[in-house]
Design a protein around this ligand. Structure first.
Ligand code: COA
Length: 160
């Protein structure tokens, strides 16, 4: 089975990568799809995120990175994929994720969303929190892969 794991990944964290690793073991093919939304104010450009994600998935033969804009249902249809993966960290994620999953099903009745529970050690992790800790020179080594740590330090230095 082929699946799409979509997100902003601004930046990708070890929590996202935990989901990627588990998906790569369970599914034949995984597309990590970065939302390219010019209206969203992201720290990393889509090209920067693409490069970062590509270096994070080198060890997985069945995972590839792509970008999409517009509706997820249209992208999934274009790829011929009917299953989307999302991670759930806590009950607070549920309402937003439920709304998205139901809206996507309204837009395309073929499209199902499967949820993987985040591993407990990553349940508190978010891209915004990592960016905040990095901004104040906190230690983010446990939360993100090396490539993200370096990219964040580089960005933050540029901002100072
Ligand atoms: N580990 C760590 N963090 C996680 C996580 C996990 N397993 N799962 C989610 N998160 C966090 C992220 O760190 C991020 O944190 P932040 O809010 O602090 O930045 C947040 O959850 C969500 O980010 P992400 O997982 O990158 O996804 P998203 O919510 O930005 O992505 C899309 C949403 C792309 C799936 C959705 O907007 C979409 O499909 N857009 C296309 C347009 C469309 O079709 N719209 C209609 C949809 S109904």
């Amino acid at each position: 089975m082929k699946v799409i794991y979509p997100g902003s990944f601004d930046p990708i964290t070890n929590g996202h990568l935990d989901i990627v690793e588990r998906c790569s073991q369970k599914f034949d093919k995984v597309i990590l799809a970065i939302l390219n939304n010019s209206a969203k104010n992201t720290l990393f450009t889509v090209d920067e995120r693409l490069k970062i994600l590509e270096s994070c998935i080198e060890e997985y033969d069945n995972v590839e990175v792509d970008t999409f804009s517009g509706l997820l249902v249209d992208y999934a249809r274009e790829k011929g994929i009917t299953t989307v993966i999302r991670g759930l960290r806590a009950v607070t994620d549920f309402e937003y994720e439920l709304q998205m999953a139901l809206m996507n099903r309204e837009l395309d009745s073929e499209l199902d969303t499967l949820f993987l529970m985040s591993s407990s050690q990553y349940a508190f992790l978010s891209s915004s929190l990592v960016k905040e800790v990095a901004k104040y020179d906190g230690d983010i080594t446990r939360f993100v892969p090396k490539v993200v740590e370096e990219a964040l330090h580089h960005k933050m230095k540029g901002d100072k």
